[in-house]
Design a protein around this ligand. Structure first.
Ligand code: CP
Length: 322
């Protein structure tokens, strides 16, 4: 593995999941692997789980992590080729990325979409610019359209729950359901979750959302898609809850209908499903307290597994680029 910006960088999902679970059982098995190497974590946006889990994962592999809050402490970066830089941007990625590539052995970057220009956001200019100019492996800590470390974590958590519930030998029904939110949120998590579950191919996968909340088909193709949430939830083994803003008429909120919030009444339609969410979650807007605080919620386990997903990815990159 050279870079990790989508599921396309992974040759075998199940092998990566197994590796993550082996690190969970034995965190320091490869403590010498990253010895003498540095990893740079660049944040253009806030984070709790991604920032800390990736630092822990790096340290478990003997890497030295250095975090840089580009949005607060760095110069405003320009990404447009040929830009006349007479505006607010101070430094071109062409100049900054090779320097960072000299400081670090691996660069990890979080860069959310603007939600103002679909073509620009979906071109993934930030990730592709760093890949082009940094000269070292690039890991996405959530990009304009995808959150691959989260999706790998989600499959690890599903697999772990299947093993614990002794249902690993049958195809689970996984439902991704839209939920209300007060702000327009990116499509990264649902795009990525759909892309990974489809690529994994070991589940019956249903996506449910209100009318006009269709995601980009290039990620959802292969899933059953319905606007009937109750129908979708029937017999589900896993329910993944997430808000996203509209994709077609880009970055808008068309509805905030509280009837879409996942509560105990809706969970009763499922096959005693596990409830999942990437966090942070707006309690009693996206998911009710009664679900989040129930035994069916695996959100804490899911967030904890971020360490093992990051460790498996960094380990693969270190081994392939040594
Ligand atoms: N799920 C996730 O990426 O969390 P953070 O935004 O806190 O990193």
């Amino acid at each position: 593995m050279r870079n990790f910006i989508s599921v396309k960088d992974v040759s075998n999902i199940n092998e990566l999941v197994a590796k993550a679970l082996s690190y969970k059982a034995n965190p320091f098995a490869d403590k010498a692997l990253g010895s003498g190497k540095r990893i740079g974590l660049l944040f253009l946006n806030p984070s709790l789980r991604t920032r800390l889990s990736t630092q822990v994962a790096a340290q478990n592999l003997g890497l030295e992590p250095i975090v840089f809050n580009v949005d607060k402490d760095g110069w405003a970066l320009e990404f447009e080729d040929g830009a006349i830089m007479s505006g607010n941007t101070v430094e071109h990625v062409k100049d900054a990325a090779p320097i960072l590539g000299n400081y670090f052995d691996i660069l990890c970057i979080r860069a959310f979409p603007t939600l103002r220009n679909k073509e620009e956001d979906y071109s993934e200019e930030v990730m592709h610019s760093f890949i082009k100019y940094a000269g070292v492996p690039i890991v996405s800590l959530e990009s304009a359209t995808l959150h691959p470390l989260q999706s790998l974590t989600d499959i690890i958590t599903i697999k772990e729950s299947q093993i614990k519930s002794k249902i690993e030998n049958r195809r689970p029904k996984i439902v991704l359901t839209w939920a209300p939110h007060i702000k327009p949120l990116p499509q990264c998590v649902p795009n990525s979750f759909a892309e990974w579950i489809n690529a994994w191919g070991e589940a019956d996968f249903v996506i449910t959302h209100p009318e006009d909340y269709e995601l980009d088909e290039k990620f959802t193709e292969g899933a059953t898609i319905t606007t009937n949430q109750d129908e979708a939830l029937k017999n589900a083994d896993f329910v993944y809850v997430k808000n996203w803003s509209t994709y077609t008429d880009y970055g808008r909120i068309y509805t905030n209908d509280p009837a879409w919030m996942l509560n105990a009444k809706k969970m009763a339609l499922t096959n005693n499903a596990k409830a999942m969410h990437c966090l942070p979650v707006r309690r009693n807007v996206e998911l009710s307290d009664e679900v989040l605080d129930s035994e069916n919620s695996i959100v804490t386990q899911q967030a904890s597994n971020r360490v093992w997903a990051a460790q498996a990815v960094l380990s693969n990159i270190l081994k392939s680029n040594s």
